[in-house]
Design a protein around this ligand. Structure first.
Ligand code: 1GP
Length: 241
């Protein structure tokens, strides 16, 4: 059995940086998965995240099954809502949208998910999810009907991350939103990292090796990249093992 969270903790302790490729079930073609994963396996990718703000065709389970056939990397659900839960994955980021004030995404979706998760063997990883302004209105914003925190409001970002840790979240995820024009700044990552004990995930708008290194060097333990790989699979060549 994979122990996703323990592996993240060990990597953090050893200073080994982790990269998750985010696969949006609405955007990937099932037939392209084997060739896509040939590239994934040649790269420094350590995790596969599957999810999106919406999944209107209920494709998540089929996509996870197809991925499972071609990889041994841990598959972690990153669901936009309760409909996207499938026991075919290895784990789930059990997200609370801490930056927002919409009870639906703070606790109501989680209550709906509870009886489903109780009957799965998914590793459940409580995650404080913090939406930060990436200078582009994102799907998460629209679906959750919440506002992101301004990148200028460092104090609110830090206090939100700390509140997450103090309420027992095992991970904090700083999210600029898929396709963000401005990724979470180096300064924000550094300040949050220096004050947090639990592992830190950063994602949204990272589309170059340089940006990835900036995020890692600033203190992100795990970086999530989706759009850059969707737009150009050659990006994997820049991230070879
Ligand atoms: C979005 O953080 C992820 O939820 C990844 O964002 O698609 O911009 O890489 P990108």
């Amino acid at each position: 059995m994979v122990n996703i969270y323990q592996n993240i903790l060990s990597a953090k302790k050893e200073g080994k940086k982790l990269l998750a490729v985010l696969i949006d079930p609405e955007k990937i073609d099932l037939n392209s998965i084997p060739s896509f994963f040939e590239k994934v396996h040649q790269s420094i990718t350590t995790h596969i995240f599957v999810g999106g703000s919406t999944d209107v065709n209920n494709e998540t389970e089929n996509v996870v099954k197809a991925i499972k056939k071609v990889t041994k990397l841990p598959i972690v659900l990153f669901p936009g809502d309760v409909q996207q839960i499938t026991n075919k994955a290895d784990g789930i980021l059990f997200l609370s949208l801490l930056s927002g004030r919409n009870p639906e995404y703070l606790i109501a979706q989680q209550i709906k998910a509870a009886p489903i998760l109780k009957n799965t063997k998914l590793e459940i990883i409580p995650t404080g999810y913090i939406l930060i302004d990436g200078k582009k209105e994102t799907a998460t914003q629209k679906v959750s009907n919440t506002k992101p925190i301004s990148q200028e409001d460092l104090e609110l970002i830090l206090n939100t991350a700390l509140a997450g840790e103090f309420s027992g979240k095992k991970l904090i995820y700083l999210e600029a939103g898929s396709g963000a024009t401005e990724a979470v700044s180096q300064k924000i990552i550094t300040v949050v990292r220096n004050n947090l004990s639990i592992p830190l995930i950063v994602g949204g708008g990272i589309r170059s090796k340089n940006q990835l290194e900036i995020a890692f060097n600033a203190g992100a333990d795990l970086v999530v990249i989706g759009t850059a790989f969707e737009n150009d699979e050659n990006f994997f060549n820049e991230l070879k093992k």
